[in-house]
Write a protein of this length. Structure first.
Length: 155
């Protein structure tokens, strides 16, 4: 069965916050998600449901030529089953559809599983944000070019 991906709503927040706290050591707060749903005009917040259960979500920012994946997570019970790939493919399809030139994201250098997934989808490291996370860990900045002529050059 294929999951349903739809816009995030306030009623999704309890399930999102449960996943966020289970997956991340520095989870977003409820107010951050509310801001993305109601205030941030650049935000594209979505959830992924499978058989009526919210199993993943993402927040991306559509900022001119950039599609920035700010938060993406899959419920721990559903990790390793291809749902992260499914959600990432959906986001990249959306980015191309709206004419984004590239996708960006930050990821912890210790999150090897996520880094491996992003690399499989053509993301490459373009920088590092020093002490980006509250616990002092750096963030790798990764980029994927979405325009065919740019994909070969990694610019």
């Amino acid at each position: 069965m294929k999951p349903i991906i739809r816009r995030m709503t306030d009623s999704d927040l309890p399930a999102i916050l449960e996943i966020e706290q289970a997956v991340f050591s520095d989870p977003w707060k409820r107010e951050s998600f509310e801001f993305e749903i109601h205030v941030n005009k650049f935000s594209f917040p979505v959830v992924m449901e499978l058989e009526g259960r919210l199993i993943g979500y993402a927040v991306a920012w559509e900022i001119f030529e950039e599609f920035h994946i700010a938060d993406i997570a899959i419920h721990p019970d559903y990790q390793g089953q291809g749902w992260g790939k499914y959600l990432l493919e959906y986001l990249l399809k959306r980015a191309r559809a709206i004419g984004s030139q590239y996708a960006m994201l930050e990821v912890r250098p210790t999150n090897r599983r996520a880094i491996d997934l992003y690399r499989k989808y053509g993301f490459h490291e373009v920088g590092r944000r020093i002490r980006y996370y509250r616990d002092g860990e750096d963030a790798l900045v990764m980029k994927k070019n979405l325009l065919p002529q740019l994909e070969e050059n990694h610019t």
